[in-house]
Design a protein around this ligand. Structure first.
Ligand code: 5GP
Ligand code: ZN
Length: 111
């Protein structure tokens, strides 16, 4: 998708602080961190959100979660971490390319 911010970051047309990359997944630090560790884990395939997942494209979700487990270990999040995905404007999504927020380095007390 030529006008998608995260597709441009994945293509390295826009710089990011990449922490992990493989054939299916790209992960980079959020520009506006909401926790000491705040990493966005993104499938390279342009999927808009969780609402657009199908049996044909959902394998990338498990690839993302395998990456999340590795990154969490690399980042030293042995006390735990949180994974969030927002779907649609009403769900708080602002970049319409599926992504998982990996948050850690603090204790989360709310939902
Ligand atoms: P959403 O609100 O869609 O769930 O999350 C989008 C996230 O992308 C936000 O946490 C926001 O800070 C992050 N973000 C927006 N633009 C950029 C950017 O240019 N670079 C990086 N690294 N993160 C961005
Ligand atoms: Zn995209």
């Amino acid at each position: 998708m030529s006008d998608c911010l995260f597709c441009k970051i994945i293509a390295k047309e826009i710089p990011s602080k990449c922490v992990y990359e493989d054939d299916n997944v790209f992960a980079f630090r959020d520009i506006s961190p909401q926790a000491p560790v705040h990493i966005l884990v993104v499938p390279k395939e342009h999927i808009i959100s969780v609402a657009e997942l199908t049996t044909e494209n959902s394998l990338v979700v498990s690839k993302c979660f395998e990456a999340i487990a590795m990154i969490a270990e690399n980042e030293g999040l042995n006390q735990g971490f949180r994974v969030i995905t927002n779907s649609g404007a009403g769900g708080g999504q602002t970049v319409f390319h599926l992504h998982f927020h990996l948050l850690g380095g603090k204790v989360f007390t709310d939902l």
